[in-house]
Design a protein around this ligand. Structure first.
Ligand code: WAQ
Ligand code: MG
Length: 261
């Protein structure tokens, strides 16, 4: 029997021209679709960019391409929510979690000291924990993780089980964090949104799981952050290749069991 084909569908949208022309990043998105569902997939990404809280795009690109490799399945990282009262408390918890997984204090201080200057990327920064330096050479583009998704029914079962509101945002973030954390060179990820109305962020790692922190920036702030902390990375090119190209489906196993029963 022939395996069904899957397509990677990607979108990026900006304001005041395309990203490469210096335009301001509004929205990006990536998902995996069957051929039959492509119309809907393109529409989901179109909708995401057209109704974005960061503004109205005047440039958008949506493309799809056949995935020519088998799609690897990963279990979602375990999830926990840390309720905090202030950004200060949120940052303290984030820093504590990064320390637990082995990011040196010096590196944490440097990253948090420069965090506001480093917003506005459309992808993530890769930081080496030994030197505290950013090592991807992607400038304002950063590294955009792609070719990953989570089938809606399986995600909905997972969300209901964990009593978490079914949200596209949580799904996308957990898919990305699960994929990134699975690479042996990844020590941790730190993230909060660049959408002004969304202030919950997270620290994630294989050891800690997906640790949400309810306040990592002030409401109204359009500066976001996404940093992959790496250690012992021998081949940056292969790491970026994994992030951009390795196809991943997140799949929650208990969800399947519950459906069959
Ligand atoms: N690959 C790499 N970097 C990305 C990607 C990607 N696919 N998508 C977004 N980024 C970077 C980019 O620099 C954005 O500016 C920044 O991350 C924030 O992206 O409640 O909504 O999509 O559990 O705005 C986390 C908490 C929400 C969710 C994160 O990020 C929850 C969020 P956003
Ligand atoms: Mg955003």
């Amino acid at each position: 029997m022939s395996q069904e084909d899957f397509y990677s569908v990607r979108m990026r949208a900006s304001e005041n021209g395309a990203h490469e022309q210096g335009g301001r990043h509004i929205s990006g998105g990536e998902l995996i679709s069957t051929y039959g569902n492509l119309k809907n997939a393109v529409n989901v990404l179109l909708e995401k960019a057209l109704t974005h809280s960061r503004g109205t795009p005047d440039f958008m690109q949506i493309q799809f391409e056949l995935i020519d490799k088998p799609i690897k399945k990963l279990k979602p990282l375990p999830i926990e929510t840390n309720e905090v009262e202030s950004v200060k408390e949120g940052h303290a918890i984030a820093q504590h979690l990064l320390k637990i997984v082995g990011v040196p204090q010096k590196c944490i201080e440097k990253v948090f000291g420069q965090i506001t200057e480093n917003s506005g990327l459309r992808g993530a920064m890769v930081v080496d924990i030994q030197t505290s330096e950013r090592i991807d050479n992607r400038n304002e583009k950063g590294v955009r993780v792609s070719r990953m998704d989570w089938l809606t029914t399986n995600f909905d079962n997972w969300a209901d089980h964990h009593k978490i509101t079914r949200s596209q945002r949580v799904k996308e973030a957990l898919v990305l964090a699960t994929k990134v954390s699975q690479h042996p060179a990844t020590v941790a990820e730190l993230c909060w949104s660049d959408d002004p109305e969304y202030i919950t962020g997270y620290v994630a790692s294989k050891k800690l799981g997906y640790q949400r922190i309810t306040r990592l920036k002030e409401f109204g702030d359009e500066r976001g952050c996404r940093i992959f902390f790496v250690d012992g990375l021998s081949d940056l090119h292969a790491y970026i290749e994994y992030l951009e190209k390795q196809p991943i489906f997140v799949e929650w196993e208990e969800g399947n069991v519950a459906r069959i029963n």
